[in-house]
Ligand binder design. Sequence first.
Ligand SMILES: *[C@@H]1O[C@H](CO)[C@@H](O)[C@H](O)[C@H]1NC(C)=O
Ligand SMILES: *[C@@H]1O[C@H](CO)[C@@H](O)[C@H](O)[C@H]1NC(C)=O
Ligand SMILES: *[C@@H]1O[C@H](CO)[C@@H](O)[C@H](O)[C@H]1NC(C)=O
Ligand SMILES: *[C@@H]1O[C@H](CO)[C@@H](O)[C@H](O)[C@H]1NC(C)=O
Ligand SMILES: *[C@@H]1O[C@H](CO)[C@@H](O)[C@H](O)[C@H]1NC(C)=O
Ligand SMILES: *[C@@H]1O[C@H](CO)[C@@H](O)[C@H](O)[C@H]1NC(C)=O
Ligand SMILES: *[C@@H]1O[C@H](CO)[C@@H](O)[C@H](O)[C@H]1NC(C)=O
Length: 706
Amino acid sequence: MLRLDGSWRWSSVLVLIFLHFSLQGAHCSLNISPVGSSRVIGRAGSNVTLAVTFSGATDPVVTWFRGSLPVLTWTVGSSETADVAADYRGVLTIQDDGSLTFVNVAVDHGGNYSVELTKSGLAKAVALFTLAVFEIFQNVDLKVQPDLIKEGSDRFTLQYSMSQGVVQDHVWFFKGSALETTSHYTVEQRSVVIHQPNRSDTGRYTLLLTNPFSRVETHINVTVLYGPDEPTLEARPPQPFYVSGDSLSLVCSAGGFPRPTAQWIFGDQTLPTSHDGVLNRTNVQISQGGVYTCTLVNDETGAKRQKTLTLNVYEKPSANMTCSVQSVNDNTQLQYHCQWPGGAPQAELSFPALGVSISGVDDFSLTVSSSEDLDGRVVTCMAVHPLQNNQCNITAMSPVQFLPALRTTVDSEGRIVVLVQCVSDARPEALVSWSRGSDDVANGTNYQISNSTTWLQIRGYNVSDFVQEKYTCTCRNPLGSQSREIQLQGPAVSDFSLFSNPEGTIVTLTWEVPPTSVVTGFDVQMKGPDLLSPSSVQTQRAPVQYRTIQQRPGSARKTDVSVLDPKRTYRFRVVPRARTTEGEPSEVQRIGPGEGLSGPAIAGIAAGIPCSLLFLFLLAGLVYLCIYFYNNRNRQARYPVSRAVEKTVAVQSEVTPHHLLSGGLKSPPDYNRLRIPLNGQWLCPRLSLHLLSEWLRPSDPSLICL
Ligand SMILES: *[C@@H]1O[C@H](CO)[C@@H](O)[C@H](O)[C@H]1NC(C)=O
Ligand SMILES: *[C@@H]1O[C@H](CO)[C@@H](O)[C@H](O)[C@H]1NC(C)=O
Ligand SMILES: *[C@@H]1O[C@H](CO)[C@@H](O)[C@H](O)[C@H]1NC(C)=O
Ligand SMILES: *[C@@H]1O[C@H](CO)[C@@H](O)[C@H](O)[C@H]1NC(C)=O
Ligand SMILES: *[C@@H]1O[C@H](CO)[C@@H](O)[C@H](O)[C@H]1NC(C)=O
Ligand SMILES: *[C@@H]1O[C@H](CO)[C@@H](O)[C@H](O)[C@H]1NC(C)=O
Ligand SMILES: *[C@@H]1O[C@H](CO)[C@@H](O)[C@H](O)[C@H]1NC(C)=O
């Protein structure tokens, strides 16, 4: 390596020859010096020469030392081989000029060398060398300690090793910049220590090793485990609440490496672990509302963190909202009720109109003292629910005017039982109190009051037990009261009417009963010839006495009689009964030609043409009257009817009560009956005569014809 080139050698030789001849024999001194640098670098395995040049004497003795240890001695110019220390045989050779050559130099040959030149009589000369021997790097390896690096731990260390190589220089890089010793890093001979590692220390570390003969770059990827950080737990889509049936996902996440896994707890239930931190809730139910706890776990480090979320699942109350009002505290106070049960959460109910700010849920009630301004006032209950607001109205009303209803039956012991019903439309429902004369009626054997108090049942064997007394019923609720007096009457019949079929063979008898009359049955009586029957032999006898042909129950208001002979005259009447007591018979209705017809009727037939003309005229008038009459009648104001009474009457259909409320209306006649029968004897239709008799009130309808 430090081999001198030719020209340099030549000039050195010339200088030496010159010095040799000019200084020969004069006062000489020895001199030795390195050729080139005294610091010599060699690659292991190569030949390296520590080159010197000397002057001042011929054939001096050259001795090479390593440190203070002589390793080679030789006399320049001598033919003898150099004396080499045992450890260095085969390694060290001496050149003619005293330079020292290493053959296949090894790393451990590196060190401080010196050369001494001696010649007897002359002072010795010394030159110093430093030899550095480098190997080429091989199998450089980087390691990290410990294996698991956690954020917040004390430290971690990167270290390198290699199978061979001498390092002149080493530099650590992290993400492209060289590391120097700071509070965070400590760069040492063969390692670097990273203190208080955090996630930003994750990355690629590079080690660069250099010496004069080689350069090696090695990498290592370091991961600092961390987390979970503070988790976020949210529902998606984000909403303040969900309706049962909705679908949603709970998403739990936090920074961390490796990515944390989520464990879910709902109530005291542990739900399946989800690696993506998502808990799906499809068709969510109310029972699934509540507090969810998400625990995030770093599976490598075992670190955990928790977060909770309250899931609101709502549902509308499924039932209908209802409002009602009751009377409480002995019928003195009103209690308004508002119900809207179910739902989640329950709806909040209140009656702002009542001026009280109390509210409640489910079945909410408010008791207030009755006052006049509540009568007929619409009171609204407001319901507030997150999903829907609602309201219902209730109006309290004092009792309205009413009519008592009556029905009469006979009990198993043969007693007459009169049921009196007093129902007044009122809200809250009115309680009824009963009195007889000036005394209150007590619940007992003869008087029974129904649970609802609206019925009074009076029992007695004799109708005279009933008719002497005046009964009063008072319907009362907290807002007011209505009273009604009832004076019962003995059996009676009104509005007795007769209708016939066109042939005159069947008649329908109808009648009514006064509203307060006590009736348990009717005798239908007839005066006239016997009724026809297929088997009976007809007699011409016309009995002069009324005889009972039918008995009808107290509920009956009509009956049919057949078979009549159209050519004969019959008279009918109805006798009402209260058990054994008979009432006044009804007026008499007659059907048939009549006894006095024969003479004048024949005359009438003789005068048939004028009669027909008159009849046609009357008929026209009659038709007009009929239409007018029925139109009017349909328009007639009805008795005020309480719905409750109607309802009750309808319910009690097993025994038809008096048609008290229909005002005794007759059933409308069949207009077909206005047809004129082409019967020679009957020039005037019977019905027309009947109707005319109703309006014109003649003593004998047949006279009209005449
Ligand atoms: C080193 O010197 C030895 C002996 O003189 C020789 O055999 C060898 O080839 C030399 N090596 C080199 C690399 O020059
Ligand atoms: C070589 O000498 C230098 C000073 O000249 C000294 O610093 C160094 O330690 C020595 N090396 C050895 C291996 O003795
Ligand atoms: C180290 O990370 C880099 C990317 O940052 C990648 O290209 C390389 O393959 C990784 N090396 C190892 C040994 O994982
Ligand atoms: C949850 O729902 C989302 C989308 O709605 C879906 O992508 C995901 O796979 C579901 N996860 C589970 C665990 O069912
Ligand atoms: C209740 O009454 C108020 C007025 O008094 C009316 O606006 C509202 O529609 C009523 N609500 C119902 C449910 O009838
Ligand atoms: C009257 O008595 C009858 C039984 O005797 C009973 O069923 C009824 O509830 C009582 N009425 C009242 C108002 O207490
Ligand atoms: C019914 O009462 C009246 C008058 O009080 C009496 O004349 C009659 O005999 C009584 N009838 C019966 C069956 O008790």
